[in-house]
Design a protein. Sequence first.
Length: 246
Amino acid sequence: LGQSIHYEDAVDSTQRVAHRLAYDQSMEGTVVVAEEQTLGRGRMERKWYSPKYTGIWMSIILRPKIPLPKAPQLTLIAAVAVVQAIEELTELTPQIKWPNDILINGKKMTGILTELQAEADQINSVIIGMGINVNQKLEDFPIELREIATSLAIEQGVYFSRSAIIRSVLTHLEKLYFIYIEKGFFPIKILWESYAISIGKTIKARTLSNVIEGKALGITDDGVLRIEDHSGEIHYIYSADIELSE
Ligand code: BTN
């Protein structure tokens, strides 16, 4: 991965640039990195705050030959890669909140947005977008984010080299991706669950249409979250915001 890197000073969104490159048949592993995004996109149509020089705003193009319903697995692979890179380069202990938030001390340090280009039910490309908060100080975050967001520099009290983190994330992602292509999702699922915070706990899952409360049982082999509600019914959650219940 990263044999072809498109480095941009400022773009609206690295996801948009990566979509265009993927559409133009760019090779698997192509990476788009920007110093700043003016319209950084988050999950569920939210904005992603992406100021200049302080974070890693990056999109990676993959072209896995997998059936469409398995695409959420790639988000989980990407989350494990970021956790491994942070563990390698810092003394911090990141945790994953399903599906793809990476938290340190309960605050969000990384968000991952996976988008697909598919035709009929064939995947053409998967675009994995990562927003990693690296060198922001607390006062660099807008007030409404200060309680919920954090950066590596805030947590460890030193600044980090963003290029070293990019290299490490890509190296780990490449290793995990090869394991996945060769052996399937199971080994990744074990790793992912070892970093996950919500499994076994009572959680609230807010989907776009409703709220489901119950115990998070784990993820399916496709990377879908399983929740058992109070009446014992099992729900399969494809996309939601998760909150730990008291
Ligand atoms: C989330 O909502 O948690 C996902 C945030 C993903 C942000 C990254 S930054 C690089 C890439 N380009 C975007 O516009 N979004 C993703």
